[in-house]
Design a protein around this ligand. Structure first.
Ligand code: TTP
Ligand code: MN
Length: 258
């Protein structure tokens, strides 16, 4: 008789045999079924636009594979694109490709709005060899002409077939940073996430709230945890000033892989 060892229990173990005889099933096998459910739900959750609640709903509908999802009409457009480009989206982009794309973006940006500053942040700016995505931070040095840039820029990139699909594109929010808060956007979008958390905690300990738009004095009485947007923002123009203001040791972008 062959022995199967699984989680420390042998199927020949008298307790296992007793359980099967008395209950007709094996609780370890039920765990296996749960594992299958967890695995399927986490696979569905990897589809762009599918969160945990939707993933569970899709599982409960009887879907078990990505092909099952492809036949479901209830998916949103973004989720359908998430399925169509499932492998593409999961694949990391080699650094040199990001560099080429950054140059194209900068050139097209300059044609649309002379002087515009377009930087690739995220893992690319931190010097990583491959990138999960491309994070772009945009501003204009004159402080005003960034307004209305993004829709024109996106249209150009679509016309030249650089951009093929929209996963999300919100037309009502301005997603270019005005020059006076750009530095905060640059720090936040360069990351990494661990550094961001440390910088925010450090800000809180000094009575400020920090996000990608600035430092805000915390409101009295809220334990120093919150500031409000619209209250006086600190005017800082370089990343070094942000680190200095916090009393945080300066880190070059490639040193921010914490
Ligand atoms: P990401 O693009 O998710 O991360 P990344 O660029 O560091 O790595 P990847 O190669 O996988 O794309 O986010 C960009 C930056 O935004 C990240 O470096 C820090 C910030 N960020 C947070 O601070 N918290 C978060 O939860 C996420 C998702 C991002
Ligand atoms: Mn990224």
């Amino acid at each position: 008789m062959s022995l199967v060892v699984w989680s420390g229990l042998r199927y020949s173990d008298p307790r296992v045999i007793q359980e099967i005889i008395t209950t007709g099933k094996l609780s370890k096998l039920e765990h296996f079924e749960i594992d299958e459910k967890v695995q399927t739900i986490s696979l569905f959750g990897e589809v762009w636009g599918v969160g945990p609640a939707t993933a569970l709903k899709l599982y409960d509908k009887g879907h078990r594979t990505l092909d099952d999802l492809r036949n479901d009409d209830s998916l949103t457009n973004a989720q359908k694109l998430g399925l169509k480009y499932f492998d593409d989206i999961r694949q990391r982009v080699p650094r040199h490709e990001v560099q080429e794309m950054e140059q194209i973006l900068q050139k097209v940006g300059e044609d649309v709005l002379p002087g515009v500053i377009i930087i690739c942040g995220g893992s690319y700016r931190r010097g990583k060899a491959t990138c999960g995505d491309i994070d772009i931070i945009i501003t204009h040095p004159d402080g005003t002409s960034h307004k209305g840039f993004l829709p024109k820029f996106v249209k150009c990139l679509k016309d030249m077939n650089f951009l093929r699909e929209d996963l999300i594109f919100s037309t009502h929010s301005e997603e270019v940073y005005p020059r006076d808060i750009y530095t905060f956007g640059l720090v936040a979008w360069t990351g990494n996430d661990v550094l961001n958390r440390r910088l925010r905690l450090q800000a809180e300990s000094r009575g400020f709230r920090l996000d990608d738009t600035g430092f805000f004095p915390a409101i009295q009485g809220s334990g120093g945890k919150r500031g409000t947007k619209g209250t006086a923002n600190m005017k800082l123009y370089t990343e070094r000033e942000v680190f200095d203001f916090l009393g945080f040791p300066w880190l070059e972008p490639h040193e921010r892989n914490l």
